[in-house]
Design a protein around this ligand. Structure first.
Ligand code: KIV
Ligand code: NA
Length: 275
């Protein structure tokens, strides 16, 4: 299994890091078989799996449940689990206990925290306590209410400078990787050059040290509208819809089940039954 050291080494060797989300055992198994470097159990599960319209309602128990399932499906892949909304903003004790649960109960190898400011202090404390931390800057979806929507971040020089400073701070705090979401490619490139920890981009152009996409977006599963930065490699919803409606038709017309799906009794047993 790759480690935080492997990811740093990959950056030094200019080897791109491929990260993908997964939320359950079968998706994790496929993602592992595809040769992914890191799995992210993202709190995007709130939207793509649980049907909420943001990541705000996701709980620590949701993250533990799904991390456990992912771990069972992908035993040999490094797993990062998101700390959900307001589980790392109150006391240090609460923050550490939530991280402990994600690692000990959920099986995560690292946790991811969104944001700057006091969150950076938490990154340092967690790292000191032995918790590998992935930072997340740029568009931070847990702050959608404050940001006023899902928008590109760091577009003007002032905001870009702030983001670069924050990136340096998270590195100094000990973060092992940095997710950059929805930032201009020029800024993502600059940050990637200026810090030694790997940057993982989503909507950040090709010059980050790696990329991450949401499983459901990538395979076109359930998501009707996807953001500009998503590449849909297939549209699995179409195949699923076709299979499901064919099943309904075949039930209604008694075409399913066929003999090959059916169990039978021996004639002698049948005779006894009707005896
Ligand atoms: O929750 C998630 O899937 C994420 C990625 C989009 C980085 O945080
Ligand atoms: Na997330």
């Amino acid at each position: 299994m790759k480690t935080t050291a492997s990811f740093k080494e990959m950056k030094q060797n200019n080897e791109k890091i491929a990260m993908m989300t997964a939320y359950d055992a079968p998706s994790a198994k496929l993602v592992e078989e595809a040769g992914i470097d890191v799995i992210l159990v993202g709190d995007s599960l709130g939207m793509v799996v649980l049907g909420y319209d943001s990541t705000i309602p996701v709980t620590i128990n949701d993250m533990i449940l799904h991390s456990k399932a992912v771990k069972r499906g992908a035993k040999n892949t490094f797993i990062v689990t998101d700390m959900p909304f307001l589980t790392y903003h109150s006391s240090l004790e609460v923050t550490i206990d939530n991280a402990r649960r994600l690692m000990q109960d959920g099986g995560a190898n690292a946790v991811k925290l969104e944001g700057n400011g006091t969150v950076i202090e938490k990154i340092e404390k967690l790292t000191n306590a032995g918790v590998p931390v992935v930072a997340h800057l740029g568009l931070t979806p847990q702050s959608v209410g404050v940001l006023g929507g899902y928008r590109v971040q760091g577009k003007d020089a002032k905001a870009a400078k702030q983001l670069l400073e924050d990136a340096k701070k998270v590195e100094l705090a000990g973060a092992c990787m940095l997710v950059l979401e929805c930032v201009p490619k020029q800024l993502a490139r600059l940050i990637s050059e200026e810090i030694s920890i790997p940057t993982i981009g989503i909507g950040a152009g090709k010059e980050t040290d790696g990329q991450v996409l949401v499983y459901h977006d990538l395979i076109g599963y359930g998501s009707e509208r996807v953001p500009k930065f998503v590449k849909q490699y297939t549209n699995i919803s179409e195949s699923i819809c076709h299979a499901l409606s064919t099943y309904v038709t075949e039930v209604k017309t008694s075409q399913f089940p066929e003999d090959k799906h059916t169990f039978t009794m021996k004639d002698e047993e049948l005779d006894r039954l009707y005896g």
